[in-house]
Ligand binder design. Structure first.
Ligand code: UDP
Length: 367
């Protein structure tokens, strides 16, 4: 037993935990089965562009403590996420705001937009939304739902909007002024120089071993610490004994293009069902890059299968119930802490991951 903590997964949760435990005099070993640190916030420099290899990550939070914490490890720029949606060649601003409503209906004022939405809401006849479709119709009416939500969501989640939880759509702000900021949070930005560097700074001076599969360590009785922090898939930890939780994965079709600019914006969503990908990310725009080339990624979501990377837990009723069974088992493992998006089976953003990791530290070590 050479270490106090074996931390499985060099993503954000693992790195924050390792950093804080080390600061408190604990000896930590971080292992990751991939050949790099950072988990899914890993960025790789390609032709001078920090490419978000596992999808776009924009740091945003309203939690001052979390913002200050993250700023200890990286500087953030003042990037604001202004997403454009394309539906059958028509362009719309996201999130849903007066610009979107003008593009849809030609309205110029909040009052006019509210009248249309209210009419569509009444027509939909929903009073207590029970799923994503009902929530969307209730919130923004049929036009926005049909053009900007339905197709995108069904591609993203591979499920009918009626079979998805309503909280997913509540991630997006609804506004009646002209504000194209995708997030409502007080603080927002991109880690200058990439998130890999931020994680590197968290892990400074800490032992890290890459290409190490925790389950092989376990199999070979090679667990060299008294306590484990496990940030992988919770169902995998228990050998899928109750069955498999569902996840979505994303396949990226990447292209390095010999041009300065491809789409003039970091994120463009393609919201119609018929376009097979959900969005195109042009990475240089996250850091306002002026490189001679550009790198783009088309995102094709699909159901997770063994061997691919899990990205999104699918927090519907069925999976949440199954998760609760695994979570009960997890609570019996007194020497193991389960954390991160996969260990908690929660659709966490980066700020939430930091928040819960710091809470766990306080729980263990005190303030
Ligand atoms: N969404 C949508 N249309 C869009 C963008 C998002 O209907 O153009 C819905 C979709 O269901 C998606 C959810 O809103 O899964 C959350 O979007 P977000 O951009 O937060 O997803 P992430 O960036 O985490 O993939």
């Amino acid at each position: 037993m050479n270490y106090d903590y074996l931390i499985v997964g060099a993503g954000l949760y693992g790195a924050v935990f390792a950093h804080e435990a080390t600061k408190r005099g604990k000896k930590c070993l971080v292992v990751d089965k991939r050949n790099h640190i950072g988990g899914n916030i890993y960025t790789e420099n390609i032709e001078g562009i920090n490419v978000h290899r596992y999808g776009a990550h924009i740091f945003h939070t309203s939690n001052k403590k979390v913002w200050e914490y993250a700023n200890k490890f990286t500087k953030f720029n003042d990037f604001e996420n202004n997403v454009i949606a394309i539906y059958k060649g028509e362009r719309y601003n996201l999130p849903f705001n007066l610009n979107t409503f003008e593009q849809l209906w030609g309205v110029k004022t909040a009052e006019e937009a509210k009248v249309i939405i209210e009419k569509q809401r009444v027509e939909a006849g929903i009073t207590e939304p029970k799923n994503l479709e009902e929530q969307a119709l209730f919130l923004v009416g049929r036009d926005v739902y049909e053009k900007l939500i339905k197709g995108y969501t069904e591609k993203q989640w591979g499920r009918d909007c009626k079979d998805l939880p309503s909280f997913i759509i509540k991630r997006l702000p609804l506004r009646f002024e002209r504000n194209n900021n995708y997030f409502n949070d007080t603080y927002q930005g991109i880690a200058i120089g990439g998130y890999t560097q931020m994680i590197e700074n968290m892990l400074k001076g800490i032992d890290v071993k890459l290409d190490v599969d925790f389950f092989n360590l376990k199999l070979n009785n090679d667990i060299c610490a008294k306590n484990i922090v496990y940030t992988g898939m919770i169902d995998a930890y228990f050998d899928f004994c109750y069955g498999k939780l569902e996840y979505r994965t994303v396949r990226f079709e990447n292209q390095l293009l010999d041009m300065e600019d491809y789409q003039g914006n970091a994120v463009i969503n393609y919201t119609e069902r018929e376009v097979p990908f959900t969005r195109i990310i042009e990475h240089k725009h996250f850091e306002f890059g002026k490189q001679p080339k550009t790198f783009i990624s088309k995102e094709y979501p699909s159901e997770w299968t063994e061997g691919s990377e899990p990205y999104y837990p699918i927090n519907n009723e069925k999976n949440n119930e199954l998760f609760e069974r695994y979570n009960w088992l997890a609570k019996q493992e007194k020497e193991v802490i389960f954390g991160g998006r996969l260990g908690s089976y929660k659709y966490f953003d980066m700020d939430k991951v930091i928040e819960v990791a710091l809470q766990k530290i306080v729980e263990i070590f005190g303030e």
